[in-house]
Design a protein around this ligand. Sequence first.
Ligand code: NI
Length: 248
Amino acid sequence: MLLHLSTWQEIEDLLRRSRTVVVPIGSNEQHGPTGLLGTDWLCPEIIAHEAHRRGDLLVAPTFNVGMAQHHLGFPGTIALRPSTFMLAIGDWVKSLAAHGFEKIYFLNGHGGNVATIEAAFSEIYAEASYAGRARGFSLKLKNWWDLKGVMSLAQRQFPAGHGSHATPSEIAITQWAYPDAIKAANYAPQIAPSGPIREAADFRARYPDGRMGSDPAQATPEKGGELVAQAVSSLLDDVRAFAGEEAP
Ligand code: NI
């Protein structure tokens, strides 16, 4: 089920048999000369929505803005500072938990989100710990590329020039789902430079076209479809295992 296409009664009924929800989470930020600004939220959404078509899964609306301050040197990027992002995650989680969701699984599409999401989880758990009570729900973060078998497939598809930002794997997934939005460009250099991530001005100076270590010209919709199929199968297994975890 997709939460946003359900009624409150349907969610109330679902809660009688399942207490698990998947939240795609990402970022709206530049992805080089051919990557869509939505790449990092589209990838987890595409995978989660495809999983919902193939299995029994409730998917919440996509949390589509994240911690992307370093991309603010490029037009179209929208970013939350870490402190805002943490508070927003807390309110999302507490809204879902208030209605009875006990297993809240975030499928993430942006490496820059990881530290903040983990810190948000710690803040949420800390409230319960200081109060000396059980939280009543569990949180899990999984990056889509860390789903079983996905990174090894990407390494076979793109043995050189995968890189870490505007990667051919993430661009291939968006090409598979949105073939009408495929873009072309001449990349110079073919494989972008790699290095550290600091503030936005530093990022734009180091990575003038926005890519990091990648050659997105290798992306194809077919490769994207293979990645989605692998990710969907592993996501359904991973969510099933999380849903089945017993409280101590
Ligand atoms: Ni990305």
